[in-house]
Write a protein that binds this ligand. Structure first.
Ligand code: DQA
Length: 142
């Protein structure tokens, strides 16, 4: 069974309290439960932090059993060269996800710093962005 890591960045721990028109009004724990049911051929490792450095520490200490990373860096997407550099050191495939359509919001969300060090990104499908990422990761790892 392949092990996939999902990392969520700042403020995704309170997803259910954020603007439902962008984020769907559902908690990430609920999304994760549904992902585990649908992708039962994956084992999931989940990490969330509101602290940039904690996310980098976690990634830099990845164990060898992880086959792929799905990451929603939250607002760090638009600001973090630190996280971008950290992702750039990984030898496993990385897919970035966003619940909202970051191309269709404020201009500052159109700057994607971390995305360059991923194989691609999915944006705008609310919780289904994570489902699409898992599906594509599965295809990619075959
Ligand atoms: C987000 C988009 C970011 O612009 C925002 O700061 C987030 C969530 C998304 O999933 O749509 O926190 O990454």
């Amino acid at each position: 069974m392949k092990k996939i890591c999902i990392i969520n960045g700042p403020n995704l721990d309170i997803l259910e309290k954020r603007e439902p028109e962008f984020y769907g009004g559902i908690s990430f724990n609920k999304i994760l439960e549904e992902l585990k049911n649908e992708f039962n051929n994956f084992s999931f490792l989940y990490f969330q932090s509101n602290v940039e450095g904690e996310i980098c520490d976690f990634i830099n200490n990845f164990d060898k059993s992880i086959s792929g990373l799905i990451i929603n860096p939250g607002a760090l997407t638009h600001s973090s060269i630190t996280l971008r550099d950290c992702l750039g050191l990984l030898k496993i495939p990385v897919i970035e996800v966003h619940l909202s359509n970051i191309s269709n919001r404020e201009n500052f969300r159109k700057i994607n710093i971390t995305t360059a060090n991923t194989i691609g990104y999915i944006s705008g499908f609310k919780q289904n962005s994570y489902f699409a990422a898992c599906y594509l990761m599965q295809k990619h790892l075959k």
